[in-house]
Design a protein around this ligand. Sequence first.
Ligand SMILES: C[S@@+](CC[C@H](N)C(=O)[O-])C[C@H]1O[C@@H](n2cnc3c(N)ncnc32)[C@H](O)[C@@H]1O
Length: 224
Amino acid sequence: MSDGSSVQAEQLAYYRAVADEYEEHVIDVPGQDELQSAVDSFRPTGDVLELACGSGLWTQRLLRSASTLTAVDGAPEMLARARARVGSDRRVRFIEADLFSWQADRRYDAVFFGFWISHVPDDEFAAFWSLVADALTPGGRVFFCDDNHRPEPELIEGADSPLVQRRLNDGRPFTVIKIPFEPADLEQRLQALGWSITVTGTSGPFYWGTGGFTPGRSRLGGRA
Ligand SMILES: C[S@@+](CC[C@H](N)C(=O)[O-])C[C@H]1O[C@@H](n2cnc3c(N)ncnc32)[C@H](O)[C@@H]1O
């Protein structure tokens, strides 16, 4: 069994390698359109931070309402694709960084992350949410979406393991973290960290969460 940091490194290596075929691995199951409607309803305005932006599938949608957008990802190959997708929009700043050590250099009106929370290992969960809290203005809003779809052939370490095996089109295998959150459990975990976030399921394996930091609560696990 690998230690946490080497799994995180392998996970990033997977996304670097899969960047050019990323859209070919999108899962074709119900609920996708519900997520898109939820993002459209969220409609973030002002200065927006997108974490793990990937190839920019959501970035363009966020730019429909954002005044500025800072998009962070650890894979230069993904960032190149996101840059190409949004073109020369001067409202966008891309940052290449490891989200397990990065800290925001300013605060934002909204923080968004699509298909990222399921890839955050359990022992990084609280630190990741501290990063989000530290990146938000008081009263700022969060939106995330993800899925808990883990096909049987990926469960090479068993159904109880957070680790799954993904393969590139050429068959190369990579171990990645994929935590199959249930919306109600995730909502409770976030409440325990001081968040007031509603997590909503869809007709398929997708879910989204939206809300903010609970007024009057001090941040648990927050960085000084
Ligand atoms: C499932 S993809 C989601 C991409 C995009 N948000 C979307 O919904 O299509 C996960 C993203 O996390 C990025 N990533 C993986 N490990 C990372 C790390 N340690 N730091 C920053 N980004 C990372 C990958 O490069 C990839 O773009």
